[in-house]
Design a protein around this ligand. Structure first.
Ligand SMILES: O=P(O)(O)OC[C@H]1O[C@H](O[C@H]2O[C@H](CO)[C@@H](O)[C@H](O)[C@H]2O)[C@H](O)[C@@H](O)[C@@H]1O
Ligand SMILES: O=c1ccn([C@@H]2O[C@H](COP(=O)(O)OP(=O)(O)O)[C@@H](O)[C@H]2O)c(=O)[nH]1
Length: 472
């Protein structure tokens, strides 16, 4: 494979997704699997299992040509690392919710302990020419820990969530230690220019570092920090939308709607996704447009997520009550305005649901990227496409400028956008869809992977960048 040459790729992430025969995997897993297969690489991560006492024993497996190496964690590890520091401390803070961020020394201790465990697991597997690619906020210190074990390999890090403004980040105890750890990598990637800009701002203002184009220097160490938006497998997703499973689902949904227009939302049940604001915006639409009652249904698919974390239990209870209240107020014996569904669907069925929806309503308060927005576009019928209403605060809004971009905090804007989308002429729908689909197809998941790994390959093992890789 051209980007990696003869080097093996080693990917390390919290979750590992093994290829299955029916290909039912997320886009990230598909993209990484392809690169791992072609480079005979390894994907390292948590097995998702809990063991009584940590053994460090590695479970090796090979499925469809992709090797995985996983470890089990102890209950205390999962509490302090995954539920604790990752999802009670970093996730809310990095999504600008310092009101929800909890800090406890135990969380930070558990986070570092688990990262040491991943470093111990990965270290013996690493060969000198391997390129190492660490994914996401669960694993920020891992690169530093691998360097401490003597690995001078090319190492990259990709952050899948936003990078917060400096004024918020400084509320984290030991914030500079966390940021300093990123300087162990050679290339650090973010989804958007905005997150990259905030990272550079922190390094310059808080740490006295300097920025020169993509190069960011702190003390003796210079790394590259780039914006590299993740995409989906657009062609494959468009095909999935006309598969038998998708068509069955499409028919089932359409039959149940009886000519009503469907608005669809698909999100993990997470406070960052703006579901409460979405329901309130839709309620505002119902209040302002009684003539539209019975013509419209909002289907919100929201599989529960991170249910051991209290803020997730709270948002779930809030949404249960809100959906009940809105339905109670507006329903009739033969019409329910919100279908609120707490189960997840596999890709093909989901693609059929997206295609059956006249409107995709994607309104996170803050989101690293949001792949659902791109999937909704890819699943549409080119001859009769639906309209995407997208929060300006999703990373995806930087690319999908032909969506109806809204401020998710404003119920009026949401109500107006729904009204506009319901009556949008076919010509305008087609024009907007074509422009968005061009972007989804061009900057797809392979583009993302290749752009990042090419940058990493251009770094020499001593950390210098080959001349031709320097940006103009
Ligand atoms: O693994 P979980 O705790 O169940 O969470 C699922 C994933 O959520 C986050 O996704 C992010 O990555 C997406 C792809 O780049 C991006 O589109 C989205 O905006 C992000 O929120 C998380 O960052 C992943 O690590 C989780 O696996
Ligand atoms: O019932 C569901 C709900 C969501 N997803 C997938 O979960 C991913 C969600 O990614 P996104 O970037 O939108 O948000 P995240 O959950 O990663 O924050 C998308 O690929 C969805 O298709 C799914 O397969 N089934």
């Amino acid at each position: 494979m051209e980007a990696l040459g003869m080097s093996r790729l080693i990917v390390i992430s919290n979750r590992v997704s093994r290829p299955t025969k029916n290909g039912n995997q997320g886009g990230l897993a598909v993209a990484l699997s392809q690169a791992l297969r072609e480079s005979r690489g390894i994907w390292v991560g948590w097995s998702g299992e809990i063991t009584e006492n940590f053994t460090g024993q590695i479970g090796f497996s090979e499925d469809e040509g992709v090797k995985t190496a996983t470890i089990d964690l102890e209950e205390q590890d999962v509490d302090e690392y995954y539920n604790g520091y990752a999802n009670k401390t970093l996730w809310p803070l990095f999504h600008f919710r310092i009101d929800l961020a909890e800090y406890a020394r135990d969380f930070e201790g558990g986070y570092n302990r688990v990262n040491q465990r991943f470093a111990d697991t990965t270290s013996p597997l690493i060969e000198p020419e391997d390129i190492i690619w660490v994914q996401d906020y669960h694993m920020i210190p891992l690169g530093r820990m691998l360097r401490d074990r003597g690995h001078d390999n090319r190492m990259g890090f990709f952050l899948h969530i936003p990078w917060p403004p400096t004024r918020l980040l400084v509320s984290l105890p030991h914030h500079s230690k966390l940021v300093q750890a990123l300087f162990a990598y050679d290339v650090v990637g973010f989804h958007t220019e905005e997150w990259l800009e905030s990272f550079r701002h922190y390094v310059e203002r808080e740490m006295g570092g300097s920025v020169d184009g993509d190069f960011v220097t702190l003390g003796k160490r210079t790394i590259q920090a780039i914006a590299c938006p993740i995409g989906i497998n657009a062609q494959e997703y468009a095909s999935a939308a006309v598969s038998d499973a998708a068509k069955d689902m499409y028919e089932k949904v359409r039959r149940s709607l009886q000519d009503r227009a469907m608005i669809v939302g698909v999100d993990r049940l997470d406070y960052s996704k703006g579901l409460e604001e979405r329901f309130n915006g839709y309620a505002r639409f119902l209040k302002d447009h009684s003539e539209q009652h019975r013509n419209v249904v909002l289907t919100q698919i929201a599989p529960p997520s991170r249910g051991e974390v209290e803020s997730y239990q709270q948002i779930r209870a809030t949404l249960d009550a809100l959906a009940g209240r809105i339905n109670g107020e507006y329903s009739d014996v033969d019409w329910t305005p919100i279908r609120y569904v707490n189960q997840g669907y596999p890709r093909d069925k989901l693609a059929g649901i997206y295609r059956a929806a006249k409107i995709g309503l994607v309104t996170p308060l803050r989101d690293g990227m949001n792949l659902v927005a791109k999937e909704y576009v890819a699943a549409q019928n080119p001859d009769d496409p639906g309209v995407l209403i997208l929060s300006r605060f999703a990373g995806a809004a930087q690319q999908l400028k032909d969506a109806l971009l809204i401020n998710p905090y404003s119920p009026e804007e949401m109500s107006d956008a729904i009204t506009r989308a319901l009556s949008m002429p076919l010509d305008e729908r087609k024009r907007r869809w074509r422009a968005m689909m061009d972007s989804v197809e061009k900057q797809d998941i392979s583009w993302w992977r290749q752009r990042f790994t090419e940058r990493l390959m251009a770094v020499q093992r001593n950390g210098e960048v080959k001349q031709e890789a320097q940006p103009a």
